[in-house]
Design a protein. Structure first.
Length: 310
């Protein structure tokens, strides 16, 4: 039987030290329980999971950049004539139910676009352990406020009426959107503070102040965006969010407004990490968000408040 020495020390942040000490205490408790079982012949109870919402294996940089995760997925098509409040869409979901219920995300396209423009994110996120709904809007010219309402209507359908509702934990929901759909994610987050995460991708919205948002928000901008320039959209969105909020700003180096319309490893990597961290409360993904990622060939700017408190 292994012997535990005193808990490790660290010159890192207080939160890091606290996490390590908690881990040491858990290991120490396990040793005590094992010793009890050996001396009494009574089986020690299994320790409770640190986080019941964790889904999938321990993440690595390779796993979060992969085009598919560990879950096999299926799809369900939702006709626009079968729903109200939005334009139907496609649900991507993990096939197995052995892991329990999953968090869920609705994703809205941008102005004049259909769900096909952001469909690549559906199976990519679902295979990492989420139910994902890529939606069509009522009309392709719907403005951000309407798209925000439609995102919420699609989440309500997903959790209350859809064929996969039993697979979803309705307390763990988020919204993602591109362009005006990104502007809609901010509208949805402001309207429904019970959401766990919001991610506007090269978002467009005439409203610049989002000081009342209480949902952890990752704002993704594109350095060369001429449709929704970061100086007048993504950066003001980010800076207007409360300083006390878990928030971050990721700027894609050299990218255009339409970067989210095709498979993009950087978008997928940080979108997944944000959703895992705040929808699943999965602190295993904190390592990819804090400390603040450095600028690189794919990132021209990254800002945020670390460590995260949510």
């Amino acid at each position: 039987m292994s012997v535990l020495t005193s808990p490790p020390t660290s010159s890192g942040s207080g939160e890091t030290v606290s996490r390590r000490r908690r881990g040491w205490r858990a290991k120490a408790a396990g040793v005590v329980l094992a010793a009890l079982a050996l001396t009494t012949g009574v089986a020690a109870p299994a320790p409770a999971a640190a986080n019941p919402y964790e889904r999938g294996p321990d993440p690595t940089n390779s796993s979060i950049e992969a085009s598919r995760g560990s879950f096999a997925t299926s799809t369900a098509t939702v006709s626009r004539v079968a729903v109200s409040g939005f334009g139907g869409g496609t649900i991507y979901y993990p096939t197995s139910t052995t892991a329990g219920t999953f968090g869920a995300i609705s994703i809205a396209p941008g102005f004049t676009a259909l769900q096909s423009s952001i469909s690549w994110l559906g199976p990519r996120l679902a295979s990492q352990g989420f139910v994902v709904f890529t939606i069509d809007t009522l009309t392709t010219s719907d403005q951000p406020d309407s798209r925000g309402r439609q995102l919420l209507a699609s989440l309500d359908y997903l959790t209350q009426q859809s064929s996969v509702r039993s697979r979803i934990d309705s307390s763990r929901l988020g919204v993602v959107g591109h362009s005006m759909g990104g502007g809609g994610t901010l509208e949805a987050a402001r309207s429904r503070p019970s959401l766990q995460a919001a991610i506007p991708l090269t978002g467009w919205n005439l409203t610049k102040s989002w000081s009342t948002v209480r949902v952890p928000t990752l704002v993704v901008g594109a350095q060369s965006d001429t449709v929704a320039p970061v100086a007048s959209h993504s950066i003001p969105f980010y800076t207007s969010l409360p300083s006390s909020l878990d928030k971050a700003y990721l700027e894609l180096r050299g990218a255009s407004h339409f970067a989210p319309n095709s498979s993009n490893t950087t978008i997928a990597k940080y979108t997944l990490s944000w959703l895992k961290r705040f929808i699943d409360n999965d602190t295993r993904y904190e390592q990819f968000l804090c400390p603040i990622p450095s600028t690189s060939l794919s990132i021209s700017d990254y800002r945020g408040n670390c460590p995260h408190s949510g």
